[in-house]
Design a protein around this ligand. Structure first.
Ligand SMILES: Cc1cc2nc3c(=O)[nH]c(=O)nc-3n(C[C@H](O)[C@H](O)[C@H](O)COP(=O)(O)OP(=O)(O)OC[C@H]3O[C@@H](n4cnc5c(N)ncnc54)[C@H](O)[C@@H]3O)c2cc1C
Length: 477
């Protein structure tokens, strides 16, 4: 009897372990592993230059694990799959679910098309602990408040059983060319990304190593340490999760089994709470797909945002004159990553001190972040701006100076990314513009020359933001 060929369509699940769709394909027959770089994946998985670099490396890692057998295509996913089914005689196609609205629309159409050809299609849960439709309020509507959502699903989460992977039987002679990852055009002509390679390990092995390192060294101090950007207390798993190089089920199961779970269970639970924030972002985008571009609170449609290209540029380049902001924006540029505490502070500064529309910030993050993720990025920008579902109140405005003194007290983070201020004593480091001229001179700092003067004053811009906010509230009343 001729062997069944099953296409495993990889998308944001670039791993072989704990991969339900891959296991379904293995059970069905000989596996043809396929990755298609289509318009949807370009806008969801790799929406910017940094994430495109990660995708190219992650695909290379997956291809290596698959013994060089990954079939790579560039084009419309429906057409590519149709052609592959014709060329290989595949009768089964398996994939893991994605939750962005454009991905759902694509997958629904492809499922219908393949089924009409008599091809069996299976889709699976692999990126979340709970599907967005699994946790609903008693009235059947989605939660709008994180704490209620979290309590419903995540507080007593036990270690999920991870099925052992069965070896993949690859299609040996698929009769189709493999294609080249390099030909997908993921990397730009100017090789700026060389600086990223020594800092990160994209792929499944890198994901497992990051989790292990975090459980061995970081999580025991997570609740407090996670707020300090110079302290190595966070997991740096966001890129790996975004590309599906590790599953949340694997993270929970491995964490529960690790000795730290007995010693410091509350720290581990605090970490799971952040995984729940990730899933709450997926949940919001699923239930409120317009949040990619529109304020979730309509009142903000009237907010008088300022268009100020020079301020935006200064913010993007880390030249605002506020050292913590500049350190964060330069960390982003140099590493493709930014610590969560600093993401909140720089976002608040853009929206509430520069009064620039959150969508400008979201766009820049999308371009520069290795973990750029439609759901998490939009949800967090809307959260900071105050226009999101369970958002920070608009009047809560992060003060970059007090945040800096509190969370980078000895200035280690600022000194790493703003080296021109390195010689300043701690007292002057957080606000060089308040330092005596003799202190600046002794540290070799000349404001306006070696380091910028602040581009705005905090107090009046804060006042202006609060007034603007009051005006949109009154207009609604
Ligand atoms: C303005 C802004 C934009 C952001 N944009 C993104 C983005 O594009 N992609 C992205 O993955 N995260 C985004 N975040 C959330 C968060 O900053 C990162 O997930 C986190 O810094 C990643 O570092 P980590 O893996 O070390 O986190 P850890 O502290 O180790 O947390 C573990 C995991 O939980 C998830 N997580 C943690 N905090 C959040 C959060 N606030 N929202 C959603 N998930 C969270 C991540 O998957 C993370 O890997 C954004 C936050 C802000 C304030």
């Amino acid at each position: 009897m001729a062997q069944v060929t099953a296409i495993m369509w990889f998308r944001q699940d670039l791993r072989v372990s704990d991969n339900p769709a891959l296991q379904a394909a293995v059970r069905a027959g000989a596996v043809l592993p396929v990755f298609i770089y289509d318009a949807v994946i370009a806008s969801t998985a790799s929406p910017g230059s940094a994430s495109a670099w990660w995708l190219s490396r992650s695909l290379a890692a997956l291809n290596k694990t698959l013994g060089g057998r990954l079939v790579v295509r560039h084009g419309d996913a429906a057409e590519v799959l149709d052609a592959l089914v014709t060329d290989t005689g595949a009768s089964v196609v398996c994939w893991n679910r994605c939750y962005e609205p454009e991905a759902i629309a694509r997958d629904t159409a492809i499922k219908q098309q393949l089924k009409a050809r008599g091809v069996q299609v299976t889709s699976h849960k692999a990126a979340v602990l709970f599907e967005p439709w699994e946790l609903l309020k008693p009235d059947g509507l989605p939660y709008k408040v994180f704490t209620a959502y979290y309590k419903r699903g995540y507080t007593s989460i036990s270690a999920p059983a991870i099925p052992a992977s069965t070896p993949i039987k690859p299609v040996t002679d698929a009769g189709v060319s493999r294609g080249e990852i390099e030909a997908l055009g993921l990397l730009p002509g100017v090789a700026w990304y060389h600086k990223l390679a020594p800092q990160w390990q994209p792929g499944e092995q890198g994901a497992q190593a990051a989790l292990q390192r975090f459980l061995d060294q970081g999580v025991a101090n997570y609740r407090e340490g996670r707020d300090f950007p110079a302290v190595d207390a966070v997991s740096r798993l966001s890129m790996h999760l975004h590309f599906g190089e590790i599953s949340p089920q694997q993270i929970v199961a491995t964490s529960r089994k690790h000795p730290v779970n007995k010693r410091a269970g509350e720290e581990v639970q605090a970490f799971f709470r952040e995984l729940a924030w990730r899933e709450f972002s997926v949940y919001q985008l699923y239930h409120f797909p317009h949040m990619q571009t529109r304020n979730l609170r309509d009142a903000f449609d009237r907010f008088p945002w300022q268009a100020h290209p020079q301020h935006l540029k200064a913010w993007q380049r880390g030249q605002t004159g506020y050292p913590l902001i500049d350190a964060g924006m330069r960390e982003l540029w140099q590493t493709g990553f930014m610590h969560n505490r600093v993401r909140m502070v720089v976002a608040s500064f853009l929206v509430k001190n520069l009064l620039i529309d959150w969508r400008e910030g979201e766009r820049w993050f999308r371009e520069c972040l290795l973990d750029a993720d439609l759901a998490s990025n939009c949800a967090n920008w809307q959260w900071v701006a105050g226009c999101g579902l369970d958002a920070a109140p608009y009047f809560r405005i992060f003060n970059p100076l007090t945040q800096s003194q509190k969370f980078d007290p000895d200035g280690a983070y600022i000194r790493r990314y703003v080296p021109e201020l390195k010689q300043l004593p701690n007292k002057a480091l957080h606000a060089p513009f308040q330092a005596k001229s003799t202190v600046l001179a002794a540290a070799g700092v000349t404001l306006g020359q070696t380091y910028p003067e602040p581009i705005v004053d905090l107090a009046p811009t804060r006042e202006r933001a609060l007034n603007d906010f009051a005006s949109i509230r009154q207009a609604r009343a």
